[in-house]
Structures are given as C-alpha cells and as structure tokens.
Ligand binder design. Structure first.
Ligand SMILES: NC(=O)c1ccc[n+]([C@@H]2O[C@H](COP(=O)([O-])OP(=O)(O)OC[C@H]3O[C@@H](n4cnc5c(N)ncnc54)[C@H](O)[C@@H]3O)[C@@H](O)[C@H]2O)c1
Length: 323
C-alpha cells in the first residue's frame, strides 16, 4: 500500500535533507505533497464519502497517512497544518526546517529567531514550535494564547515560576510540552517506571546524562523527567532526595537519595542512563541520541497532532498514543 512512509522513505534516500530555508522547505513540501494530497482526497472520497470524522480516520488508516489524520485543519479547510518555528537559526531549528520538508501534511508559515517579529507571522499559522531559551517561551505562549494558536514546547530549563505561568496559559490553548520528543526516550520513560516498580526500594537509583559542550541548562530536561518518574514511584520529594554529583566527605549513600550527574563535552547530542544498583547486581537503561532529527520529527508530529485539540497540556505519550 502506498502511503506517507513510502513518500518519506523515497525522499529520505533519494534526497538526504540538507538544512533548508523556509522558502525552499515550502517549495519542496509542495512538490512532494501534491501527489499525496491528490491520492488522499480521492481515497477519502472513495472510502469515507461524507461519513464524518470516524470514517475519515478509517480512510486515513487505509491510505497510511498518520500525519494527515492528525492535521485537523486539513479536514476543515483543505489545507496543511501551518507551523512557525521559533529559534529557527539554532541547532533544533535547523533540524526542524530539514525535517518539515519530509512531512507532506505540514507547511512552514514562518521561521523566526531572536530579533524577528513573531507577531508578524503568527496570524497565518496554526501552531508554533518553540526551541529557544527558557526565558523566551512564556512570551511566545502569551502571544499564542492571544490569537488562539497551539504551541509545541521543546525548550527546556524553565524555572518553577515560568512553568506555573505556562500551565495557566494552557487553560486557553492546547500545548504539547515534552522534555524529549524522541520515540526512543519516551520508551525509556516507560521502561524506567516499570523497572523502578519491579525492582523496588532495594535498588539505589542514579541518573547520568551527557550533552554537547554548548548546552546551557543542567541537568537536562530529559534527566529531570526521569528523576520525576523515579521520585513518583519511590514517593519521595525530589527537593530532598536529589544529590547533584558528589564531592568531599559525603558520608555513606542513603537509601532514599537519588543521584544525578550531568556531563558536558564535545558534540554529544544526548545520552541518558538510569542505574538501578543493588547488592550483587545492577540494571542500566541507556538511550543515546546520535541525531537531532529524532527530536525534530517527534516535535513536528506533535505539531500536526495538537492543532484543534481542546486547551490543556499534552505529553509526547499522548501524541504517541501511549496513554
Ligand atoms: N525537547 C526536546 O526534545 C529537546 C531536544 C533538543 C533540545 N531541546 C532544548 O531546546 C532548546 C534549544 O536547543 P538548541 O540546541 O536548538 O539551542 P540553540 O542555542 O542552538 O538554539 C536556540 C535558538 O534560539 C534563538 N533565540 C534566542 N532567543 C530568542 C528569542 N527571543 N526569540 C526567538 N529565538 C530566540 C537563538 O538565537 C538560537 O538560534 C534548549 O532548551 C534545549 O535544551 C529540547
């Protein structure tokens, strides 16, 4: 069966994607997507007729269009989900611009960075994807809330005050907020919870993360999510249980503490290991990202998914259907 995977595969192998400008991305999407759109419309007409949302979802399934299925505006207005990438000159911004060219259901309505006017492109968009700096996200969310636009938050390192204010704004718009958009890491989250539940309190818990030397926050947002999962399972307050690295005469390790160690160096995209250590045995769960494409494709998938949802905060587990 022909479908988006065929299209994505053929694009990926025939045209390994270099970083592209928003205009080039739009042109490429248009050319790649036009055949897919025509086939999709025909198929929806054939299979679903005017049978409503459920029938259209069935038609999507038969066509193999998981992304088009998620883009609600597609159904309402016959157009693709329009995204704005905030932080477009950054490492993740560039990965998003490359990735969007491989996703026929998305189009770039704007690519903005520091000094650009987000407000100028926002009216023509459905959703903003923010990969910038923790101080930036709240202002972006406020602009989205004013215009009723959805938001995908990739930025990490927010303060408690920023998190509280973002949660308040989520009562007005739908947001996907994930410390990590990779499918592999979301599987690691699931495995970590299961392992902590199965292994129980007899195992000491330590988390180690390593990132490139340019990363500005520590521990990483992903490590923080892992710690939150461990804290929930162990029923401990992280503010009391966490040990950030160890130095000097620390005394023996206590049963209740959870260690966190942030390593920085080179160009490491993101490594995370959760260690469960007991007398006589040790379990280690490790995820290593070798490309930002994995985060970018997850965030783009989240953008297509979140448009048209009721206001609230959604996780990548929601997007992936793991809840
Ligand atoms: N959730 C995830 O899956 C995931 C994955 C990778 C990175 N991240 C996070 O995403 C963020 C960005 O990471 P990066 O590696 O791309 O960083 P980066 O420093 O390469 O890029 C950040 C970009 O934001 C821009 N920026 C700064 N202020 C701005 C403003 N006011 N308006 C618009 N743009 C502004 C910068 O100029 C820069 O181009 C970090 O917080 C990082 O931890 C999250």
């Amino acid at each position: 069966m022909a479908g988006s995977r065929d299209v994505e595969d053929s694009i990926r192998w025939k045209n390994p994607a270099p970083p592209v400008s928003p205009c080039a991305a739009r042109e490429r999407i248009d050319s790649y997507a036009s055949a897919s759109r025509a086939r999709y419309r025909t198929k929806v007409g054939e299979v679903a007729g005017r049978g409503g949302w459920r029938s259209r979802r069935a038609a999507d399934f038969r066509c193999g269009f998981p992304l088009l299925q998620q883009g609600h505006d597609w159904y309402g207005h016959g157009r693709m989900t329009r995204i704005v990438i905030n932080g477009s000159r950054g490492r993740m911004g560039q990965a998003l611009l490359s990735g969007v060219a491989r996703m026929p259901a998305l189009t770039v309505a704007g690519a903005v960075d520091e000094g650009d006017d987000l407000g100028a492109v926002l009216p023509g968009a459905d959703v903003v994807i923010d990969f910038t700096f923790h101080k930036v996200t709240l202002g972006v969310a406020e602009q989205c809330a004013r215009l009723g636009k959805a938001l995908v938050i990739g930025t990490t390192g927010h303060t408690e005050e920023e998190k509280t204010a973002l949660r308040a704004l989520s009562q007005r718009i739908p947001m996907v907020w994930a410390s990590n958009y990779s499918t592999g890491v979301n599987t690691l989250f699931w495995l970590t919870r299961k392992a902590a539940e199965i292994l129980g309190p007899g195992f000491d818990l330590e988390v180690v993360e390593m990132h490139h030397r340019m990363k500005r926050d520590a521990p990483s947002g992903t490590a923080t999510t892992l710690l939150e999962i461990l804290g929930e399972v162990r029923k401990v307050q992280l503010s009391e249980a966490l040990r950030h690295g160890r130095s000097g005469i620390t005394g023996e390790r206590t049963d209740s503490e959870i260690g966190i160690h942030a390593i920085r160096g080179g160009d490491v995209v993101g490594d995370h290991t959760v260690i469960f250590a007991a007398q006589g045995e040790r379990v280690e769960l490790t995820h290593k990202a070798s490309s930002r494409d994995t985060f970018a494709s997850g965030a783009l998938r989240a953008a297509a998914w979140v448009v048209g949802r009721p206001p609230g905060i959604y996780s990548m587990q929601d997007v992936l259907g793991l809840k």
